[in-house]
Design a binder for this molecule. Structure first.
Ligand SMILES: *Cc1c(COP(=O)(O)O)cnc(C)c1O
Length: 384
């Protein structure tokens, strides 16, 4: 599949018709074990399904093809994927450098779950390469970054960070959840590993939880696969199947998400009620040029700061009707949230805390005119 373009790989990689019945869609192998013809005589390599399941394999093949990776592993959630990766590549005494605005759950996993087991974490402003260089210690093993970031849509230059990190012998991990592989290909830019919450754009329909680790090459696969097998946070067959189904329309969806978010950002920029608009597709965004260089679209995530402050921001997210008030992102339907009390509640008071006047949108693929009308009526309601 590697000689085909992205949208073709999304539809065909790992998705060959069922050889037995000709079903064009590979079946959901809803089974916990596979019959052996003799002791150890497996048909197709499958035994107990914590170790492997054909539906999961079909998703893993598809995910590796999307990111241009050598292999992928599929997990029950994004955080389960991150946990298996970190325990697979780190050992007690190791140190990890974390972008200072990564997903709050990643920060929580490192500082509250893995820290007691001897993994040390430092956060660093990755747009400042001197700060990155200064933060590297003899024990540092990994640089972990997220771009665009959540909820401020900060942009990090993946190729530049990879160059600096590789010169120091570090492993570069990119959480590519916000861009999706349709808009950004971190492995091609030099990253060693990509992680995703497939719950978001890859699944795309807000109906399944999942995560993945995609590897540029074979160095870390066995260690992480062992963690997955030994601990067991695998994706269930139906969840894996729903994700393969969602992925087939990823390229189309990301185009529309990006177009709608651009229209909303340009509208919001003209409204005096918004003191800040955070969207990498605006030329005024500090990361615009790097984003334009390393992404093929600016994505569907957008935040703004209400000039009237925190109370108005909170009231605003409760005043929309098409934009549903909910955690999560990346589905076909538009969502709105108040990060300080929702997605970022766990990092309040830490160095990852976000502005109190901020509203985050996950812009769906509805008609942009309806979305803007909804935001307009919400502005009217909160300014009454
Ligand atoms: C949601 C999310 C995660 C965690 O994924 P889950 O599927 O919720 O476990 C990790 N990184 C980013 C950027 C996310 O948005």
């Amino acid at each position: 599949m590697s000689d085909h373009a992205f949208a073709t790989r999304a539809i065909h990689a790992g998705q060959a018709p069922d050889p037995v019945t000709g079903a064009i869609i590979p079946p959901i192998y809803q089974s916990s074990t596979h019959v052996q013809d003799s002791v150890g005589g497996l048909r197709g390599g499958y035994e107990y399904n914590r170790a492997g399941n054909p539906t999961r394999s079909s998703l893993e093949t598809q995910l590796a093809a999307l990111e241009g990776g050598a292999s992928a592993l599929s997990f029950a959630s994004g955080l389960a994927a991150e946990d298996a990766l970190l325990r697979g590549i780190l050992k007690p005494g190791d140190h990890i450098l974390l972008g200072n605005d990564v997903y709050g759950g990643t920060y929580r996993l490192l500082t509250r779950v893995l820290a007691p087991w001897g993994i040390e974490t430092t956060t660093v402003e990755l747009s400042d390469v001197d700060a990155l260089r200064a933060a590297i210690r003899p024990e540092t093993k990994v640089v972990w970054l997220e771009t665009p970031s959540n909820p401020l849509l900060k942009i990090v230059d993946i190729a530049l960070i990879a160059e600096i990190a590789h010169a120091a012998g570090l492993i570069v991990v990119v959480d590519n959840t916000f861009a999706s592989p349709a808009l950004q290909q971190p492995l091609a830019l030099g990253a060693d590993v990509v992680v995703h919450s497939t719950t978001k754009y890859l699944g795309g329909h807000s109906d399944v939880l999942g995560g993945t680790v995609v590897f540029a090459d074979d160095r870390f696969f066995d260690q992480v696969k062992f963690q997955q097998f030994a601990v067991g946070a695998v994706s269930a067959p139906l969840d894996a199947w729903l994700t393969t189904r969602g992925i087939k329309t990823l390229a189309l969806r990301m185009r529309q998400h990006s177009e709608n978010a651009q229209a909303i950002a340009e509208w919001a920029q003209e409204r005096p009620e918004f003191a800040q608009v955070y969207f990498p597709g605006l030329p005024s965004h500090p990361g615009h040029e790097i984003a334009a260089k390393q992404m093929s679209g600016f994505g569907g995530m957008l935040s703004f700061g209400l000039a009237a402050g925190a109370a108005t921001a909170r009231a605003f997210v409760e005043s929309t009707s098409l934009f549903q008030l909910a955690e999560s992102l990346g589905g076909v339907e538009s969502l709105i949230g108040y990060p300080p009390d929702m997605t970022h509640a766990s990092v309040r008071g830490t160095e990852l805390a976000v502005p109190e006047n901020i509203v985050r949108l996950s812009v769906g693929i509805e008609d942009a005119s309806d979305l803007i009308a909804d935001l307009e009526q919400a502005l009217e309601r909160v300014s009454r």
